[in-house]
Design a protein around this ligand. Structure first.
Ligand code: SAM
Length: 214
């Protein structure tokens, strides 16, 4: 809990400094195509209920909004300064899709979208900013909000030394920590070898998680 205000402060400052969109990290145009291409290849359907956690200004997932049926796109972000930029990004067709965006930071997804269970949840470049207690909260919130056969994709920075479980400042995690934290919070990590995102200088690893069947 203590970090959230700091996150919020950081993201709000970042947003104020540069109108947000160019300060989120990475190359927006590439991310837009990469995230959409990956989700499409992974079987995302227009009828799926989709949630983007850490959606920012929809820089990475505006194409997903284009693709989904009306009412199926949901987003959460900590920074109002970023979500306020969403209307600027949207075409008239996008507006008709009626995306539902909430500003909050505690990953209590069920509380914010109580009537929805998601087929697909994505958190691109979010764990790369989270401390372990918040990553665990994220996993718990996701496992509560996913359909039984739903799927969760997220990225993280792996530790370079293979010894530490978490390196503050760099926000790097060991694979072991990530797997155990997922399991503790109701998620099994299905495939951690496939990674369409790790080419070039961006070394985020992609994890595919499903709900543990009880
Ligand atoms: C590096 S950006 C990635 C944005 C977007 N996913 C993309 O690929 O363009 C990280 C995003 O996570 C959001 N964020 C950070 N901490 C958060 C939290 N606790 N809850 C919700 N969003 C958070 C930030 O405001 C920011 O939009």
């Amino acid at each position: 809990m203590k970090w959230w205000n700091e996150y919020k402060r950081q993201w709000d400052i970042t947003t104020d400094l540069d109108g947000g969109i160019n300060k989120v990290g990475g190359d927006g145009a590439t991310l837009k195509n990469r995230q959409f291409g990956f989700l499409l290849d992974s079987g995302l359907k227009p009828s799926d209920k989709f949630l983007d956690i850490g959606c920012g200004c929809l820089r990475g997932t505006i194409k997903v909004l284009d693709y989904l049926n009306e009412g199926n796109f949901y987003g959460i972000d900590i920074a109002k300064g970023l979500t306020d930029l969403i209307p600027e990004q949207m075409s008239r067709e996008n507006v008709k899709k009626k995306p539902k965006i909430k500003v909050n930071s505690d990953f209590r997804i069920k509380k914010y979208f109580p009537k929805v269970k998601f087929d697909c949840i994505s958190a691109y470049s979010l764990v790369t900013h989270l401390y372990p207690e918040d990553t665990e909260r994220l996993f718990k919130g996701v496992s509560e909000a996913l359909k039984d056969d739903g799927v969760f994709y997220f990225t993280y920075f792996p530790v370079a030394n293979d010894i530490d479980s978490f390196i503050p400042g760099r926000f790097e995690y060991s694979k072991k920590w990530i797997i155990e934290a997922g399991e503790k919070n109701g998620l099994s990590l299905e495939d951690i070898t496939m990674n369409p995102f790790n080419k070039g200088p961006d070394y985020q690893q992609l994890i595919i998680a499903k709900k543990i069947k009880i």
